[in-house]
Write a protein of this length. Structure first.
Lengths: 173, 184
C-alpha cells in the first residue's frame, strides 16, 4: 500500500499559508481562498479522500507556527523549520484518509513539530524534525513503549497499534 | 551571586507555553516537550531555583506561560540527571538540569512534576511576596512525634547557609513548643 500524497485539490481550500516561503508549497495557490467542504486529497493509488474540517483546522494550526516569534517558549526557541512544517502537513493529509484527528499539535524547542494521537491511556507521538527526518514513539501512560524512525511501515504499524491493537479490525483505516 | 547547593528538598521551576502554542493536552496533562532542550542548551536545561525567585519573576507572562514544579530529589532520581545552580545576568535563580534528557527521561520528569495552578500564579502576581527562604536565613523545621504526644521542632541548616543565631532560635522553639502543647 502506498499512502503518498499525489494530488491535492486546492480549489476553495484555505489553509492560510502566511509566509512568502509558502510559494514552494503544494498549498501555495490556496492563499486567500475560502474554505469549503469540497477539498480533497488524492493518494497515489488514486483514492480520493475529502479533507475534514478538523484536519483543515489542524493544518491551520501548524501553519500558524510559522509566525511564532523567537523566544516563543520563554527560553529562546526558534519557530519550527519549513521542512518540519511541510512534512507534518503531509502527514496530516495521510491521516485524513484514516479519518483520525490529532489530539495535540505543538512546536518543539528544537524547531520540530509534534503531532499526537491518543486513545484512552495510549498515545502516539509523531515528531517531525528540521533535518527532514521524523520519528514515531508509542506511550502507555507516560511510559515509552517504542520509538522508531518514521517510514511508511512504522507509520502504519504504529497507527494500527493505537487504533486496532488486537489486529482484528476491518475499518480501522 | 554566590553559588548555592541545591538540596534534594529544593524545588525547581520550568516554564511551558499555554496559549499559542499550548502544551496542555485535552486531558489536562502537559506535554513532556516542556522539558525538551534546544540546540543552544549544551550545558543543561534552564530552570529556576524556587527558593531564590518568585513565581511572578519566573513565569514572565502568566497569559502565555505556565509553570512546572519539580523537586531536585525527583530530578536526581532519574538516572544520570542532576541539577546545579547557575546564576546568569538578570536571573540569580537560574539553574540547570544537567545530563542528556532523552524522550524517556522527559516523560519521567513530566511524571514527577506538578503544574502550578493558575490561581496560585495569579495570586503571586497580584500579591507578590519575597522569596520564602532566602539562603542567608533559611531554616528547615523537621517535625517528629514522640511518645507522650509531644512535638519537637528541630532546625536544620542548609549546606551553604550560615549557622542560625542560637538565642532567637531557642525563643522561637520555646514559643512553638508552648503553642503546640496548648493544642495537644
Amino acid at each position: 500500500m502506498n499512502d503518498s500524497v499525489k494530488q491535492i485539490n486546492e480549489a476553495n481550500f484555505n489553509i492560510g499559508f502566511i509566509a512568502t516561503a509558502a510559494t514552494s508549497s503544494p498549498f501555495a495557490s490556496a492563499i486567500d481562498k475560502s474554505s469549503s467542504e469540497n477539498s480533497t486529497v488524492t493518494f497515489s493509488e488514486e483514492k480520493v479522500v475529502p479533507i475534514s474540517e478538523r484536519i483543515k483546522g489542524a493544518i491551520t494550526i501548524i501553519e500558524s507556527f510559522k509566525a511564532l516569534p523567537k523566544n516563543w517558549n520563554g527560553y529562546n526557541a526558534n519557530p519550527p523549520s519549513e521542512k518540519a512544517i511541510r512534512n507534518s502537513i503531509e502527514f496530516l493529509l495521510r491521516l485524513s484518509k484514516k479519518q483520525r484527528i490529532p489530539t495535540l499539535i505543538i512546536p518543539t524547542p528544537d524547531e520540530g513539530i509534534v503531532i499526537e494521537l491518543q486513545e484512552d491511556g495510549v498515545r502516539l507521538e509523531f515528531l517531525f524534525l528540521p533535518d527532514n527526518s521524523a520519528e514515531v514513539s508509542g506511550y502507555l501512560g507516560n511510559e515509552l513503549k517504542f520509538g522508531h524512525p518514521m517510514n511508511e511501515t512504522t507509520e502504519n504499524c504504529s497507527l494500527k497499534w493505537l487504533f486496532c491493537p488486537d489486529g482484528n479490525c476491518n475499518d480501522w483505516e | 551571586m554566590e553559588i548555592v547547593t541545591i538540596g534534594n528538598e529544593d524545588f525547581l521551576l520550568r516554564r511551558f507555553p499555554l496559549a499559542h502554542p499550548n502544551y496542555f493536552r485535552p486531558d489536562g496533562s502537559v506535554s513532556s516537550y516542556a522539558y525538551c532542550p534546544d540546540k543552544s542548551d549544551t550545558a543543561g536545561l534552564s530552570v529556576n531555583l524556587e527558593r531564590i525567585t518568585t513565581l511572578k519573576a519566573t513565569v514572565l507572562d502568566h497569559n502565555q506561560f505556565g509553570l512546572l514544579r519539580i523537586s531536585a530529589g525527583n530530578i536526581r532520581s532519574v538516572p544520570e540527571l542532576d541539577c546545579i545552580h547557575n546564576p546568569i545576568e538578570g536571573n540569580d535563580a537560574h539553574s540547570l538540569i544537567t545530563g542528556t534528557i532523552s524522550k524517556n527521561k522527559r516523560s519521567k520528569l513530566i511524571e514527577l512534576s506538578s503544574t502550578i495552578p493558575l490561581v496560585e500564579l495569579q495570586q503571586s502576581i497580584e500579591h507578590p511576596t519575597p522569596p520564602e527562604h532566602p539562603p542567608h536565613a533559611r531554616l528547615v523545621l523537621t517535625c517528629s512525634r514522640k511518645p507522650g504526644n509531644k512535638v519537637f521542632l528541630m532546625p536544620c541548616r542548609a549546606a551553604t547557609t550560615p549557622a542560625p543565631k542560637q538565642a532567637p532560635l531557642k525563643q522561637f522553639m520555646t514559643i512553638l513548643q508552648l503553642q503546640i502543647s496548648d493544642i495537644n
